[in-house]
Design a protein around this ligand. Structure first.
Ligand SMILES: Nc1nc2c(c(=O)[nH]1)N[C@H]1C(S)=C(S)[C@@H](COP(=O)(O)O)O[C@H]1N2
Ligand SMILES: [Mo]
Length: 172
């Protein structure tokens, strides 16, 4: 075999096979805010203080199976509504408000949505937080940012680990 093609083959094979030690999910260190908004931006641990984070107490992460997966004595974060207000949702036809939704996506493909009405016309709007610290420590294994909905009865499904984007979109 020609030396160069052998070299190419080896380097391509090296790319295709991830290191065996890498069993963790891809860690996301920023959250991109995009879609039908006036001011797209990216949230990082460096700029999240501009959103005036607050500390809240006591929340359990409960799976649909009924199992309590995690107990948060405290968590620190910013509200989704405040993020959206900063982004400025563009809605030229207000009668279409019911078609608008917010998709929260994680790096492993896990996704949850909130209807625009859930955030702006329901108590839920005051209960959804992008959090970056749990029990007084930065979040590590679940990515740097997690989204939670504090008033869900079953809190696991809309507890999104490894959040990488928040998109404002509209049904056709
Ligand atoms: N990105 C991402 N977030 C996720 C999941 C997931 O698979 N991917 N699983 C959900 C489920 S089913 C539950 S119950 C909670 C708690 O899961 P954990 O025990 O893996 O933390 O996280 C939720 N968040
Ligand atoms: Mo779950």
């Amino acid at each position: 075999m020609h030396f160069l093609s052998f070299f190419l083959l080896v380097s391509l094979a090296g790319q295709a096979i991830p290191p065996v030690t890498d069993t963790t999910e891809p860690v996301t260190d920023q959250v991109v805010v995009h879609g039908l908004i006036a001011h797209p931006f990216t949230i990082t641990l460096d700029n999240i203080r501009h959103f005036k984070p607050q500390t809240y107490q006591n929340m359990n992460i409960v799976c649909s199976s009924g199992e309590t997966k995690k107990v948060l004595r405290s968590f620190e974060g910013i509200s989704l509504k405040y993020i959206l207000d900063s982004a400025g949702i563009t809605m030229p036809r207000p009668k279409e408000r019911g078609k608008y939704y917010i998709a929260v996506r994680a790096s492993d493909g896990y996704t949850t949505i909130y209807a625009w009405n859930d955030i702006y016309n329901n108590p839920t709007g005051d209960e959804v937080f992008l959090i970056f610290a749990e029990n007084g420590r930065p979040i590590m294994e679940d990515g740097r940012f997690v989204m939670i909905c504090r008033n869900d009865k079953i809190t696991g499904p809309r507890h999104v680990k490894w959040v990488e984007s928040i998109e404002v979109a509209r049904l056709p």
